[in-house]
Ligand binder design. Sequence first.
Ligand SMILES: [Zn+2]
Length: 203
Amino acid sequence: MAWEKYKYIYLGLLFAFILSSGLSFYWMTNLQPQNKPKISVLKQPTEEVFKVTEETKVILLKKNLVCEKYQLKCSVKETEMTVEEKNGIRGLNLEELQKKYAKENKTIEKSKDIINIISWENGLCSDHKKIWHLGDNNNGDYVAVYYGPSEVKNEGGIYKVTEIPVSKLPLQYQEKVRKHAMEFTQEEELIATLDSFSEYFGQ
Ligand SMILES: [Zn+2]
């Protein structure tokens, strides 16, 4: 009796089951291959497929944080990684490279097939350390000599604090000193200027 009563429902359910299985099978087999190329095109921009090979040019360079911050033009020393050195990083992608070198405080830049590995040092580069400028010392009392061009102010480090009180200088020089506006590329010039300053307070 029950079969008679519900057979259309059972048959209906069975039909729905067969239909849905058939559709799923159709989607699995027919639609996936069509979708696949689209997905892989989207998921493979050049950055992700990049890996270091023997052909990759790997350049090692040093940069200084203060020079970079003030965008000073430094003569950057570059060396190219040798084939042997490259063995240690062959096959790594960009992300793996970044991870590996982040531990050593190095950053990675990539352009086309060239990788730059930049090691960062504090302060100024050796060239910009050969430029000096005057400023006042921490408490503003004495003339101090700072490393680097004027714009880096005290960030390049202090070379020395003189015994020349800023307040003893003519006003125009006081202002220049406080503004870190007197720059020297020759040590002799610096020494001569400090000597001339000494005269203002009788030394
Ligand atoms: Zn520099």
